[in-house]
Design a protein around this ligand. Structure first.
Ligand code: ZN
Length: 120
């Protein structure tokens, strides 16, 4: 599968999200999908507003392990069901780096971008 088709798989996960910001993440090695998940509710917003969701990247890390060379695809759908910017936040970037991911492809309103997380 191409980057585009794996981002489409991530968009389908985003469509399953019950969160206000709908994001999906797919873990793949080459063209093989190893895991996929939408972002998830963590607990009631009045308990902990700041951490009210597991970002899709966090949800994925919690459920799947990444073999060497695995790549992450992150996609977000806006309210009109159009792809939107899904660049991982700095906290997820740190978590992904520690988890062993060095390349993330993510959607933007214009298409897709690639983020390198390799250590400096
Ligand atoms: Zn994040």
């Amino acid at each position: 599968m191409t980057r585009r088709s794996l981002l489409v798989v991530a968009l389908k996960q985003a469509a399953r999200s019950e969160c206000r910001f709908r994001v999906g993440a797919v873990l793949a090695k080459g063209s093989r999908v190893l895991g996929q998940t939408p972002n998830r509710r963590r607990n009631a917003p009045w308990i902990d507003f700041r951490h009210a969701t597991f970002h899709a990247e966090e949800a994925l890390i919690r459920r799947f392990s990444a073999p060497h060379g695995a790549v992450l695809y992150v996609a977000r759908l806006d309210r009109r069901d159009c792809p939107a910017l899904a660049r991982p936040c700095s906290r997820c970037q740190d978590a992904l780096r520690a988890y062993g991911i060095s390349v993330v492809h993510y959607t933007t309103a214009a298409g897709a971008e690639t983020l390198s997380l390799a250590c400096e």
